[in-house]
Design a protein around this ligand. Sequence first.
Ligand SMILES: [Zn+2]
Length: 309
Amino acid sequence: MANSIEFIPAEYSDKTQSETMAQEMLRCDPADIDRLTDAGLPYESRSGVRYFDVSDLYNLGMYSGRTNTQPELAFRMLFRFAGRPVDDLLREKTWDFRVQLDCVECDEVAPWRFAAPDAARFGGRVVGGAAPEPSAGSAAYEATVTTVGAQTPLVSSELRQLTRDYLDSGYRWQMIPVAMQADYELVHALGATSCIAASLLLAERFRAAGYRAEAKRGWFCGVLGGALDLPHACVEVEDDDGALKTVDIAKAQLAARLSPDTGDFQELCLGSIYNKVIPSTASGNAAFGYHECGSRLPVQVRADIRSMR
Ligand SMILES: [Zn+2]
């Protein structure tokens, strides 16, 4: 299974998962782990224990074909909704939206900048959501966010063709660290793709064709908890009918790969909006949160988003 994926290059790899965690995630024994490292799975030894990058383990599991690894079970659950009638994705939905911002090793009171939910851009609304006050170390954001869905497929044949060309070019969806996804040329050069990287590249192609387009980040909700924190991004583009559309390119691709009965959902990804996505004000390669304390370490952003009704 090690031959079927691209490992995360050393400069973006963060080896935090112990051998025991790797065995659990991949439902395998120590001999299997030896076979994987022999086949090139990168690791770091600390105090006699080998540690692995979480994306490498996810991708190995997801494409292992074993059917019982944690990533395969998680993605099957994640995309169960995509095989159902899309009506449920178009109705109004309300979320209890909480975000915790942590600036590690920080003891300086400074302002926060947080790319808040911007549901109004696509017909939803946000209640509450006061900007975090200046503080040291950590801050929180809370709001009630309502999302809606609408079938507004791309009408421009040129935008449709560029999207189709991308989907047909065979890039393989992988879990990829957010920092690496901003380097979307590297990701695609490896034959891989992921939500942010795909959106950055497609937005560039839309702009090259003369359209106003931008990759934007958001939150993909109502799927799994912290076990699978899937970074979300899509392309926002002004279509020939003057309306702002979203192209959720990576979800369309991932749904197609994971399950053949997701045609209606895949079509929904090409211009329409659905209620599981909360748009943010952050552009495709930007972080959700910054702390103006001067620390070089990125702010950790943990979202807890629960369905209310
Ligand atoms: Zn700070």
